[in-house]
Write a protein that binds this ligand. Structure first.
Ligand SMILES: CC(C)(COP(=O)(O)OP(=O)(O)OC[C@H]1O[C@@H](n2cnc3c(N)ncnc32)[C@H](O)[C@@H]1OP(=O)(O)O)[C@@H](O)C(=O)NCCC(=O)NCCS
Length: 92
């Protein structure tokens, strides 16, 4: 998974290279806390929106991103990824 928190200019972006919670630690809010921290950091640095590519079969990740306010958009047929996108309110 790669996540990019775009600024007005796409070249100026934050990147979350991966979001991974060890198997035995899952289901306790760690993933949500980590992603919330990443969103806060991006917001503080003036990023205005976040876009993620997510495998369409990754139910846990899709549910997590939806819980965090991301809009899920299916890409054209044939691919295995969907696009998750949300705006960041209150960006600096
Ligand atoms: C996706 C992942 C990071 C979630 O981490 P986590 O710490 O288990 O998630 P959380 O406990 O913070 O869950 C937050 C919310 O996500 C959703 N969610 C998480 N795991 C879920 C599951 N297995 N099934 C359905 N919903 C799930 C729920 O809405 C949950 O909120 P709730 O507990 O109030 O119902 C973790 O499963 C993981 O590391 N997966 C493998 C790597 C991966 O797929 N990374 C993302 C690639 S885009």
């Amino acid at each position: 998974m790669s996540a990019r928190a775009w600024l007005a200019e796409p070249a100026e972006s934050e990147t979350v290279a991966a979001l991974l919670v060890e198997f035995r630690a899952r289901g306790h809010g760690v993933g949500q806390a980590l992603m919330s921290l990443a969103l806060d950091r991006a917001r503080q640095r003036g990023c205005r929106r976040v876009e993620l590519d997510v495998n369409e079969r990754n139910d846990a990740a899709l549910a997590l991103y939806e819980a965090l306010g991301f809009e899920i958009t299916h890409k054209p047929p044939g691919g295995r990824d969907v696009l998750a996108r949300r705006r960041l309110e209150g960006a600096a």
